[in-house]
Design a protein around this ligand. Structure first.
Ligand code: ZN
Length: 75
């Protein structure tokens, strides 16, 4: 059975590229999730006890229920 030299070269290359792409996609996904969680801040309103999160951590964030400015609860 004759083996095509082109497929001998292309097949491992395609497998390697697919593996690299999968690894890069997984890495991006993990980093994106970590960054998202790190920047997310939890706030508890002093006035109405409403607990809410803000995607980007700021020293003060406005309560969506009563509008009072609150400090973040945890890092
Ligand atoms: Zn409030």
């Amino acid at each position: 059975m004759p083996v095509d030299p082109l497929s001998l070269f292309v097949l491992p290359l395609m497998i390697a590229l697919a593996a690299l792409f999968a690894a890069a996609a997984a890495y991006d996904f993990i980093i994106f999730r970590r960054r998202k969680n790190r920047n997310k801040a939890v706030y508890r309103c002093d006035a109405c006890r409403h607990i809410y999160t803000v995607l980007h951590r700021t020293p003060l964030a406005r309560c969506p229920q009563c509008g009072k400015q609150n400090e973040p609860v945890r890092e």
